[in-house]
Design a protein around this ligand. Sequence first.
Ligand SMILES: NC(=O)C1=CN([C@@H]2O[C@H](COP(=O)(O)OP(=O)(O)OC[C@H]3O[C@@H](n4cnc5c(N)ncnc54)[C@H](OP(=O)(O)O)[C@@H]3O)[C@@H](O)[C@H]2O)C=CC1
Ligand SMILES: CC(=O)N[C@@H](CCC(=O)OP(=O)(O)O)C(=O)O
Length: 336
Amino acid sequence: MDTGIVGGSGYGGGELLRLLAGHPTLKVRTVAAGSRAGEDLSTVFPHLNTSGTLAPSTPEALEGCDLVFLATPHAVSMALAAPLRDAGATVVDLSGAFRLPAEVFERWYGMDHTAPELTPAVYGLPELNRDAIAGAGLVAGPGCYPTATLLGLKPLAGLVDPASLTIVGMSGSSGAGRGLRDNLHVSHATANTAAYGAPTHRHTPEIEQQWSVLTGADHPVSFTPHLVPQVRGMVVTLNAQLLDATAPEAVPAAFHDAYDTEPFVTVVDGWPESTHVVGANTAHVGAAVDPRTGRVTVSCAIDNLTKGAAGQAVQAANVALGLPETAGLPTMAVYP
Ligand SMILES: NC(=O)C1=CN([C@@H]2O[C@H](COP(=O)(O)OP(=O)(O)OC[C@H]3O[C@@H](n4cnc5c(N)ncnc54)[C@H](OP(=O)(O)O)[C@@H]3O)[C@@H](O)[C@H]2O)C=CC1
Ligand SMILES: CC(=O)N[C@@H](CCC(=O)OP(=O)(O)O)C(=O)O
């Protein structure tokens, strides 16, 4: 199946290239970029040991692709999704452009939506939304923090007070992409930990939207992300009040019920560590109840670039196209 990658010079695009090199069905035909169009992949990503010239990001350059991954800024995804759909391609977008209804997007992202008719697209988290993804033409890949948060939350629906939730995220710097900013300089980022974006980080409405699907009611949530001194990988830890009727032993049972048959989610004893998932499309989740407070703590570790972006996009594409869901996706991490 002929496959295109737009944003092929970025971190998400590079991870797509790495994963698709081992995919039995999806064959990369076109890799497109923005300012780096015309450069050779061997100079942009020497670690991939591949070559080929980066194409411009135009619908014409992607002609003939049955599937296109958009690993691009939101505005670029908004501009490309409609012409690619019109040309018959299945589109999996890694940006935030299509996760929310257009009016919610405009409020939280502070920019106009130029393709509101395509919003919201099918939300591409297979563990929550597998049936809807099957056959979808446009899939909105979830944000990295929402992926880890929602995998932690899914088993808690019906067991906790939905309004009592607090969520703290910790991400490595690759979550911010390949561009350079002051707080991403090695001299700063490798020696610093700081919260950012709270309480209006744009992943908040995305988490709220899916939490309301899981619980059947709308509840605002509190979400605080942090940038921590590592490159890949993230941990999200959340805390909620158990309902009076919830027995503590119902919590581990709910996690095992939800995930024992999932190929990419492992329930761990103790607390997940980000080093155990780097390079794998795997989420590790752990949970514990505090009998003193009646609260539950859940923690989830993923690689932001794999299960949090490119790996999840390939997983969703597999589901959308009726391929084996695990095709091309590693479950073993790179360690140390
Ligand atoms: N990094 C992460 O952990 C995650 C990222 N995402 C989302 O995935 C998308 C890609 O992120 P990431 O790979 O980290 O970002 P990067 O900044 O590393 O890469 C961005 C890519 O987009 C291309 N691009 C930028 N402007 C344009 C343009 N005007 N036209 C065409 N292409 C353009 C760049 O090309 P060039 O360099 O040639 O200009 C580059 O290939 C973003 O929407 C991000 O929010 C989602 C989940 C997790
Ligand atoms: C560390 C860091 O900066 N992380 C990014 C999240 C990356 C992500 O999931 O991106 P999108 O939702 O934009 O696709 C951030 O907080 O903006």
